[in-house]
Design a protein around this ligand. Structure first.
Ligand code: EPU
Length: 348
């Protein structure tokens, strides 16, 4: 009975507390939703354009949001099914991702420890198939439930349905803006964990910690240490983590770069192409640590753009495109933003 669910809609509501870049934009209308019933009630009174907001850690507001913002606050972590060595856990879309990781690590459930400290919410995690230190969300994903915004109908998506790719899924492509993800089910290990320590930084950090046979908790601690040392805390310095994706290019694009810079880091992909760290390309163009007005390129990780305080979204966007242009000029590689720049042409 959705009509019995009262929702409080705020007008001209500040978005600054709800985006980790700390951009001072406003939403014409804003409401928090705590259940699918509240979501359906909100959809009945929606105004376009409609934006579903999670942790606000992957968006850049370049101006005020002209329509309605629904912030997904749906909570709950449920142990749904137990198997011999695994457990399926269903998690509300509004749960803070890192709180879910801490819950799993505390229970001794494995699979997401490498994804510790990633900002954002559980409902947003499948949209860009979050990943770090050799693990991606798709590795532990079972299914998700989503509500279609136009109709309020419930849909279920399994792993193939989502078409996960590197920082990608159908929710970023063909189905962009069509759904609100209300819950995600994960498959975690309860014993015989498959720990992933192959990423160089993890191996080094575990050594520094004096750990030889790491537990799930040790890996989580190592990842938290690495992230805290390289990535700025959004509470101190506004940012959205990696602003760009690492480009995946044909080998023919890498070869001339390699001639001039034999040390260029790269990773071979299964399809014969190569991935080049965008942070390296940006650093070679001299942007690392450079400040432009109230924004800049972070001194410890060139892939991260930061708000030194008072930056507008447009300022950050201008810096991002200056970086894209200069990398393209020098290396012939056009970087793509990983962060969603809003409003898009379609939603404006
Ligand atoms: N590098 C530089 N200069 C820099 C940054 C990186 O030369 O300023 C080079 C170095 O060679 C380094 C390599 O890039 O060895 C890789 O750097 P890092 O391990 O920091 O990872 P990344 O490729 O820059 C990606 C993800 C991060 C994730 C890390 C660890 C993307 C877009 N970013 O960054 O994800 O934490 O790997 O797995 O794939 C995020 O998505 O917001 C994010 C932080």
């Amino acid at each position: 009975m959705p009509d019995t669910h009262t929702i409080l809609i705020r007008e001209n509501s500040p978005l600054r507390p709800y985006n980790t870049f700390g951009i001072a934009a406003h939403a014409a209308r804003f409401t928090d939703i705590h259940s699918t019933d509240e979501l359906r009630a909100a959809l009945k009174v929606q105004t376009q354009p409609l934006l579903i907001l999670g942790g606000g850690s992957n968006i850049l507001f370049t101006r005020d949001w002209p329509g309605m913002v629904l912030r997904n606050c749906i909570q709950g972590i449920t142990e749904a099914r137990k198997f011999k060595n695994r457990i399926w856990v269903r998690v509300g879309g509004g749960v803070v991702w890192h709180n879910f990781v801490l819950w799993a690590v505390g229970k001794g459930y494995g699979g997401i420890e490498n994804l510790s400290l990633i900002p954002g919410s559980v409902g947003a995690a499948p949209v860009q198939n979050i990943g770090a230190y050799g693990v991606e969300l798709k590795d532990v994903f079972v299914e998700l439930e989503a509500i279609e915004l136009a109709t309020g109908k419930r849909f279920r998506f399994n792993r193939p349905d989502c078409r996960f790719g590197y920082r990608d899924s159908i929710f970023k492509g063909p189905e962009k803006g069509r759904f609100c993800i209300t819950s995600v089910t994960f498959s975690l290990t309860t014993n015989q964990h498959r720990l992933n320590t192959s990423y160089g930084d993890i191996t080094k950090t575990l050594e520094t910690m004096g750990v030889h046979n790491p537990t799930i908790a040790d890996i989580s601690t190592a990842v938290i240490r690495i992230r805290s040392s390289k990535l700025p805390d959004p509470a101190q310095l506004g940012n959205c983590g990696s602003f760009f994706k690492n480009p995946e290019v044909e080998r023919a694009v890498l070869e001339p770069i390699q001639k001039e810079y034999p040390e260029v880091p790269h990773y071979n992909l299964a399809d014969g192409r190569v991935k080049i760290p965008a942070g390296w390309l940006i650093q070679q163009c001299g942007w690392k640590g450079k400040r432009v007005g109230n924004t800049g390129c972070y001194e410890k990780q060139a892939l991260v753009l930061v708000n030194y305080g008072g930056a507008t979204g447009q300022e950050v966007k201008n810096l991002a495109f200056a970086i894209i242009d200069s990398v393209e000029k020098k290396f012939g590689v056009r970087l793509e933003p990983e962060v969603n720049i809003l409003p898009t042409e379609a939603s404006a």
